[in-house]
Design a protein around this ligand. Structure first.
Ligand SMILES: Cc1cc2nc3c(=O)[nH]c(=O)nc-3n(C[C@H](O)[C@H](O)[C@H](O)COP(=O)(O)OP(=O)(O)OC[C@H]3O[C@@H](n4cnc5c(N)ncnc54)[C@H](O)[C@@H]3O)c2cc1C
Length: 645
């Protein structure tokens, strides 16, 4: 039986006209003077777009920052993989865009499960991000006349996505990285690479540090500070196969959760519609084909099942352009949750293509005829090359085959408007927090949010906390909480090494992923979620009795041990995902409960009972968590049945 707190959780959002909330809030935030900033130590975990931008900006402001990553270089953060683009309400196309429209599209796109105040702030600062990145030299695509070019992404009717071919994340990350390295050079940022954060140190109810394991030597260290920022990315790898880098994980946020930070909306995950389909048992990673391709590619399947003709030999009348037919207004540019579900439906109906029947075509023939091959190559050349290398087919000649895959997680640690979790001193940025996307994220909005948090929000909202609670004499290295956290990680590591069972870490991860994809993936049912919880518990017990880690040494580079820590956390966290999905008796965005759908198969929300963010409190592994509800109120966007028809 889930216990629900009767005290509503307060996001501490400003009130009054939405257009001026952020400006008024900033005006009243307490400041730390320039000469005092060097007295404060701040830990930033993660050097992706959110972490690198935060560390660089706080370093520039004069704080003493320690930036930590488990990679050998900040440039390897998963943000480097982002392809399609970054949104901003610049209205360069003069096509009707505005801050309000970006705000509206994002609230609607998230199926009315995000906070209005946060989303409006995001839309406001979006324009600053483009200016910042351009000033850093990020090579955004340009029109012939030199102005920045835009394209459209799903769920919107304007072109507001800035891009650098199919390498937008990489180019933005290099911009943030060079700013970060400038601060490293100036010694305001101490960069620690190859360090895995395995616990959060909490002293007197405040986050005051982290425990890190050196990945090359196995040595454990405690690093203390006045505040900790987690910028550790998303948890899509709970599904094992995903478009995320294989190292992406939930460890830092989950261990913070076990220290008291609430985890919000863990069941809100995004299954991206345009990925290269799974093609074998031994695959460990899936590849995204950017959503930008849907600007020019048309999605279809043969009208008749098991049609073995070459796609080019199937006449137009025998093709089912199912998105264009079902959603005439948005067509192929419907949001991701809608596109993914529809791909599943047509494949469930036996219309899927390819060897497994779990794929649909993404066809560029018409666009090539209309625009020419060169223009298509200019827009998507590197994506086409990548597809050909992986799939062995030339997409200029044959339609791509695509299928949905786990990609992004809207859930994350709960934060208030200032990006602070309920654990004082612990701030959470980027994909690691739950803040801005509700139940479904629109394409090109993750890069926007990570950089908004790092460049433009935290530099303001951290100061009041530091001014009030920071620099209280620091935390001594032999403080009981520091020693306790170090010992806890050492014991867990020893336990993992000592099991010496029969199964590989990978095999547990894969089995868990299969359960999650099947029961907590694109669609969910109460019975399926109960089944998943039972399976996860059994698998978790077996893991702690039967996992084998080779090499069997801790004091060396041991990739299996790294993975074992992460998979141990996924085995606990996945249960919370299922509990959250079971508790939310409605469908919204990426959370599709089969019991709650409209007659034509769309997500059916229940605003009366579920217009809240679900923030979970940890009560022990396998014990029922406590549910805290943050009510969501909509003053500026009218709640309606989301329609893209
Ligand atoms: C293939 C792909 C394409 C995408 N394309 C787009 C796009 O076109 N537009 C868009 O808006 N979004 C896109 N996204 C989403 C977007 O890339 C991510 O949401 C975003 O980059 C996340 O940034 P981040 O800084 O929050 O986290 P990340 O970039 O994931 O960085 C996490 C950082 O945390 C560190 N870290 C994590 N755990 C620990 C730990 N325990 N100890 C130490 N360090 C740790 C890592 O080393 C890393 O530095 C895409 C995602 C994928 C998978």
């Amino acid at each position: 039986m889930i216990e629900t707190s009767t005290t509503p959780l307060d996001g501490k959002c400003p009130t009054g006209p939405i257009e001026t909330r952020w400006a008024r809030h900033k005006e009243h935030l307490q400041l730390v003077g320039p000469t005092n900033r060097r007295k404060y130590n701040v830990i930033v975990v993660g050097t992706g777009l959110a972490g690198a931008s935060a560390a660089a900006t706080l370093g520039e402001q004069g704080y003493r920052v320690t930036a930590i990553t488990y990679h050998d270089s900040p440039r390897r953060a998963h943000s480097v993989a982002a392809q399609g683009g970054i949104n901003a309400a610049k209205n360069y196309q003069n096509d009707g865009d505005s801050v309000h429209r970006l705000f509206y599209d994002t609230v609607k796109g998230g199926d009315y499960r995000a906070r209005e105040s946060n989303v409006h702030r995001l839309a406001e600062v979006s324009a600053n991000i483009i200016d910042q990145a351009t000033a850093q030299g990020v090579p955004f695509a340009r029109e012939y006349g030199g102005t920045l070019e835009n394209r459209t992404f799903g769920g919107v009717l304007v072109s507001r996505t800035f891009y650098a071919r199919g390498q937008t994340g990489q180019q933005l990350l290099y911009g943030a990285y060079q700013s970060l390295m400038r601060q490293v050079d100036k010694k305001s940022v101490n960069l620690l690479t190859m360090k895995d954060v395995l616990d959060i140190i909490v002293v007197d109810g405040h986050a005051r540090g982290v425990v890190v394991r050196d990945l090359k030597t196995g040595k454990l260290d405690a690093i203390t500070a006045d505040a900790v920022l987690l910028c550790t990315g998303g948890y899509s790898n709970a599904f094992y196969l995903s478009t995320n880098a294989m190292k992406c994980n939930v460890t830092a946020t989950w261990r913070a959760h076990k220290r008291g930070a609430f985890f919000a909306n863990p069941c809100y995950t995004q299954i991206h519609p345009t990925c290269i389909p799974e093609h074998g048992e031994s695959q460990s990673k899936l590849t995204l084909m950017s959503e930008s391709l849907r600007n020019d590619g048309r999605v279809w399947v043969p009208r008749k099942g098991k049609d073995t003709r070459a796609p080019g030999a199937i006449p137009a009348a025998e093709r089912y352009y199912y998105l264009e037919e079902r959603y005439p207004t948005f067509g192929n540019m419907v949001p991701r949750d809608v596109a993914s579900r529809n791909a599943k439906y047509v494949c469930d109906d036996g219309l899927g293509v390819g060897q497994t029947g779990r794929a649909v075509f993404l066809d560029f023939k018409d666009a090539i005829e209309r625009l020419g091959k060169e223009e298509i190559a200019r827009r998507y050349g590197n994506l086409f090359d990548m597809y050909e290398k992986i799939a062995g087919e030339n997409p200029y000649q044959t339609p791509m085959k695509i299928y949905p895959a786990p990609h992004y997680t809207m859930g994350g640690l709960w934060v208030d408007y200032d990006l602070m979790s309920n654990l004082p001193g612990l701030f959470v940025l980027g994909e690691a927090n739950f803040s801005d996307h509700g139940a479904n994220r629109l394409g090109a909005s993750a890069l926007m949010q990570g950089l908004a948090d790092g460049y433009f929000v935290i530099p303001y909202t951290l100061a009041p906390y530091l001014a009030k609670y920071g620099n209280k004499g620091g935390v001594a290295a032999d403080h009981a909480e520091v020693r306790g956290a170090l010992e806890g990680v050492a014991q867990k590591t020893e336990k993992l090494m000592s099991i010496k069972g029969e199964r590989t870490v990978e095999s547990f991860h894969k089995e868990l992923g299969n359960v999650m994809l099947d029961k907590c993936g694109m669609s969910r049912t109460e019975a399926g979620l109960n089944e998943a919880i039972a399976k996860i518990r059994a698998l978790r017990s077996e893991f702690w009795e039967n996992v084998r880690i080779l090499p069997d040494k801790d004091a060396t580079l041991n990739v299996e041990l790294e993975k074992a820590h992460r998979v141990a956390d996924f085995l606990e966290f996945s249960e919370l995902m299922c509990v959250d999905a079971r508790e939310r008796n409605e469908s919204c965005g990426g959370h599709f409960r089969e019991e709650y759908q409209t007659d034509d198969g769309e997500a059916k929300r229940d605003d009366e009972n579920y217009a809240y963010a679900a923030a979970w409190e940890f009560n022990g592994v396998g014990a029922d968590p406590t549910l805290h509800k943050e009510p969501l109120t909509f003053e500026f966007v009218k709640l309606t049945q989301r329609s893209y028809k």
